[in-house]
Design a protein around this ligand. Structure first.
Ligand code: SAH
Length: 374
């Protein structure tokens, strides 16, 4: 997600999540960062996502589908092409993980309306933990009668699957381990006597998390068992039923590095200053996810840069079509949006795309055979 200077009044603070978390930490003691993230983001009635719609210019951050309609349109083109190449199976499950305001799906469905038989074959499944966002999605996607689920495991299994997840994995909880002189220690979240929330290093060392790789003292490693389990489940389904899964996220090159970030009103803030009121996320280590998907027998492609992926799918042509007949002002806005998605200085290279498919099925649109992980 992209932070930029801006502010706005706080919304959804009916229950003070920060106070609740402080009391919980005082009562129950320190907790791993992963549990803190899960509670601060999703605790029913209190968590950040549970209580608000955080997206858009008036929210806390902007995502690719909110920046340009071309994003959802091209994901739609890619999924519809994959569907055609697989013999246009009916029914087919269209699954989005963490659909936010539903914008990607609105654009995807509009762009694929004329793909013969596609909409008639679709059954739409949204995996969304936030009651607030479910309400927005239900309203915007009403005519497609979406089914809602808490977890991917709850989506019915059988028909082939077309799955997309944009900026979903970065919201799943991570653990952080720190290399000390005598081993790796978990970072816990704790509250001190003055009510300040912060990190506390566990007094226990944990088993070597990195297969004997030597890291200097002070290194922070991020592990994300929840992301690995999720990607493994997507891979298992794609292998069993056929189809395609696309994961798009803000990437990091490996597990090293502290990338926990908190954003509020388009600005970066201290992750512990206002838990429950700020977005928490961490960059995605795709190498761990590639391993998880390969273990399930999936064909894994990428990750490749978002800009490259969108250019291969024809984003420049799509933009040129969109610009025809538009006012100078609107044209400039549309161009700025596309530029932001593909420019290496903006989201073009930091964001990466990973595709999973069944080994006997065609290469995912936007990828080359040589980009398959051997
Ligand atoms: N994909 C959207 C929104 C990204 S924000 C976009 O690109 O605009 C992250 C989304 O994931 C939100 O909809 C949030 O409510 C949802 N989410 C976060 N953690 C989740 C979890 N553990 N299970 C289900 N949904 C989750």
């Amino acid at each position: 997600m992209v932070a930029e200077p801006r502010d706005r009044p706080l919304k959804g603070d009916v229950v003070d999540a920060a106070e609740w978390l402080r009391e919980l930490l005082a009562r129950e003691g320190p907790m791993p960062l992963s549990r803190f993230m899960a509670l601060a983001l999703l605790a029913p009635g209190r968590g950040y996502y549970a209580t608000r719609d955080p997206l858009g210019a008036h929210g806390d951050f902007l995502t690719a589908p909110e920046i340009s309609q071309c994003f959802g349109e091209l994901i739609g083109a890619a999924l519809a092409q994959a569907w055609l190449e697989r013999g246009a199976p009916a029914p087919v499950l269209l699954v989005e993980l963490g659909p936010g305001r539903g914008t990607l799906l609105v654009d995807l469905l509009r762009a694929t309306a004329r793909v013969r038989g596609f909409h008639a074959a679709l059954s739409l499944h949204l995996v969304e933990a936030s009651a607030a966002l479910r309400a927005v999605q239900a309203e915007r996607l009403r005519s497609f009668a979406p089914h809602f689920h808490d977890r991917l495991e709850d989506v019915p299994e059988g028909p082939p699957l077309l799955l997309v997840a944009n900026e979903f994995l970065d919201a799943l909880p991570i653990r952080q381990l720190v290399r000390t002189h005598d081993g790796w220690r978990e970072r816990l979240v704790a509250v001190d006597a003055k009510g300040r929330i912060g990190f506390l290093l566990s007094p226990w060392t944990v088993a070597d998390p990195c297969g004997g790789n030597e890291y200097p003292v002070g290194t922070v490693l991020e592990l994300a068992p929840a992301r690995e389990a999720l990607v493994a489940e997507a891979a298992r389904r794609v292998v069993r039923t056929g189809g395609l899964a696309l994961f798009i996220d803000y990437a990091k090159p490996g597990p090293e590095g502290d990338t926990l970030q908190a954003v509020h009103g388009h600005r970066r803030v201290d992750p512990f200053s206002q838990p429950g009121r700020v977005d928490l996320s961490a960059r995605v280590d795709f190498t761990a996810l590639v391993r998880a998907a390969r273990r399930e027998g999936a064909a894994v492609f990428g990750p490749i840069a978002q800009g490259l992926f969108l250019e291969r799918l024809g984003i420049k042509l799509r933009l040129a079509r969109l610009l025809a007949g538009k006012s100078a002002e609107l044209a400039a806005r549309l161009e700025r949006g596309v530029h932001r998605l593909i420019d290496p200085e903006a989201m073009g290279t930091l964001f990466k795309v990973l595709a999973l498919s069944r080994p006997d099925e065609p290469i995912p649109p936007g990828f080359l055979a040589s980009e398959r992980v051997p």
